[in-house]
Design a protein around this ligand. Structure first.
Ligand code: AMP
Ligand code: MG
Length: 521
């Protein structure tokens, strides 16, 4: 196995001088060197062939025993120094102090075809940042991260990715419902990949500890490697850097709203500095369109991380990052301006995104009312978001009376759509039809094609991941492969997989893992 290793994070930034792998506060450092834990009986379950190519490996490499060993933590590649990052974070709105890679171990960085990838094992054992937990991950959450991060990539949503999914052969104790009934589950390791795994929290912990020279080193490093076009670090450049982080985070959350993804734990330690979706935990996908929905059982009471609050939470998190970078900038006005700008950009970009979902192209019309009305009607009876938008592409201009028929597959219970709701749909379709007529430059076929490239036919519905998990628990991994392959082309018709273009089955409505997700992973 030949990887073109190009380590930068652990060669250019300050390391924790203590080598002992004990849980502690790590000061004046960006990371601690650690060795992944040996696993008792590792077994590869899946490899992303796409990601494999990206890092310059082939199927032949996968067959080599070294691949399994390296990507389950049983062998360290020569000339590499695995490490865990030090970061802090605001969890559910409160400063939580040092968090860090408690169960993620970065193996190395690789360069291939001018792309740079950090390779990281999740679930590879304890680090100085493990706090009270075991540093391990279970099969259930590993399948969810593996499938979802790859699916998000193919949906066109900025995200970290995954290279491999493996069983460790070890048992892991988890109390899924936090009800005092812990049980053993199969342990697993995912190798995830990203140009960088740096989070808002990496900057926050250094600012909180007043370790300003290290904060400057980390910021300069980030700019030099990942924002190279900004040039040599200076106050001006720090501001531009912050502006770019705000822009890319905004772009990311708009994409979440487009596909109906709810992250579930948008703490600042789970915010990538590159605007990538990171840390797939108790996330979920909107089935019935419900802006108030949060998949995370821990978030049930205040619903801080509910679907339609996500853009505001990104902004809240950006405020925390601004505070962390402040010591390097010492000027609030421009920072404030960037944050204020986020709000107006969001309104504009969100409308543009929704217009594209509705097939309203090439017009400067203000469509905010039409969009708001739709969002309201979608909530009157349980209506599947994915099916609704996908089928809307079949709407024919000039036939508003038939609008409701075109989208009726999206209704969970037809009997819930009473006369008054029906009337609201008819009225809305009339307005939609009038609006479509303003965009006459686009033909019916062109509009459908464009809408189909924006409104996915297939997403990782919560119950699909759960079915893959239930099967895998019994030793059957074929559904992992089927879902992985299906979600490589989420916008294509793929008739042979059409059973997945369906509403959530009733059995999944209140099932743990489908509608209720635990942070215990
Ligand atoms: P999360 O919000 O789930 O991304 O995790 C918050 C913090 O808890 C991070 O610092 C994680 O590394 C840490 N953490 C989560 N699960 C474990 C675990 N099983 N062992 C050690 N640390 C963990
Ligand atoms: Mg995390």
């Amino acid at each position: 196995m030949k990887l073109n290793i190009k380590d930068t994070f652990n060669t250019e930034l300050p390391a924790d001088p203590i080598l002992e792998n004990s849980r502690r506060q790590v000061r004046g450092a960006c990371f601690s060197l650690v060795t992944p834990r040996r696993t008792s009986n590792p077994k590869l379950l899946h490899v992303s062939n796409d990601m494999l190519q990206k890092i310059g490996l082939t199927e032949k490499d996968v067959k080599n025993n070294s691949f399994l060993k390296v990507f389950t933590g049983n062998e360290v590649l020569p000339n590499t120094k695995p490490y865990a990052m030090c970061y802090g974070g605001h969890q559910f709105g409160n400063w939580a102090g040092q968090l860090g890679d408690g169960r993620a171990i970065n193996l190395c960085e690789v360069e291939h075809n001018s792309e740079h990838w950090a390779l990281q094992l999740k679930g590879a054992g304890e680090t100085p940042y493990s706090r009270t937990a075991d540093g391990l991950a279970v099969l259930r959450s590993s399948i969810r991260e593996y499938l979802c991060s790859e699916a998000m990539f193919h949906l066109g949503v900025p995200t970290t990715r995954a290279l491999s999914l493996a069983l460790t052969g070890d048992q892991v104790l988890r109390d899924v419902m936090y009800d005092g009934n812990p049980a053993y589950e199969k342990g697993a390791v995912v190798c995830r990949t990203s140009p960088s795994f740096i989070r808002f929290g990496n900057f926050e912990i250094l600012a909180a500890r007043n370790e300003i020279s290290t904060l400057k080193k980390l910021t300069d490093y980030t700019i030099e490697h990942f924002f190279t076009h900004l040039g040599k670090p200076s106050k001006e450049v720090y501001l531009q850097f912050f502006k770019e982080v705000a822009d890319s985070s905004l772009k990311m959350v708009i994409e979440w709203q487009r596909v109906g993804f709810v992250h579930g734990v948008m703490n600042t330690d789970n915010m990538s500095i590159l605007g990538l979706t990171i840390d797939y935990g108790p996330y979920g996908w909107l089935e019935g369109y419900d802006p108030d929905w949060t998949p995370n059982t821990t978030d049930r009471q205040f619903k801080r991380y509910r679907f339609d609050n996500q853009p505001d939470i990104v902004l809240w998190n950006l405020y925390q990052l601004a505070n962390a970078l402040y010591p390097l900038i010492e000027e609030t006005e421009t920072l404030d301006l960037i944050l204020t700008d986020y709000r107006s950009s969001f309104t504009k970009d969100y409308q543009n995104m929704m217009r594209s979902k509705l097939g309203l192209f090439k017009s400067k019309n203000d469509d905010s009312i039409l969009i708001k009305e739709l969002e309201d009607i979608l909530q009157l009876s349980e209506t599947d978001m994915t099916i609704f938008f996908r089928n809307l592409g079949n709407y024919e201009v000039g036939k508003p009376d038939e609008g409701i028929k075109v989208i009726s597959d999206a209704f969970y219970k037809l009997s819930d759509v009473n006369e008054s709701i029906r009337k609201k749909w008819d009225d809305w379709f009339l307005r939609y039809d009038n609006r479509l007529k303003l965009g006459v430059e686009v033909t019916q076929i062109e509009r459908k094609e464009k809408m189909d490239s924006i409104n996915p036919k297939y997403v990782l519905r919560n119950y699909m991941a759960q079915m893959a998990i239930d099967n895998a628990d019994k030793g059957n991994y074929s559904l992992i492969e089927e879902i992985y392959t299906l979600l490589k082309k989420p916008y294509s018709e793929q008739p042979k997989y059409k059973k997945w273009f369906a509403k959530r089955p009733e059995w999944a409505r209140h099932k743990v893992g489908c509608s209720m997700l635990s942070c215990s992973s």
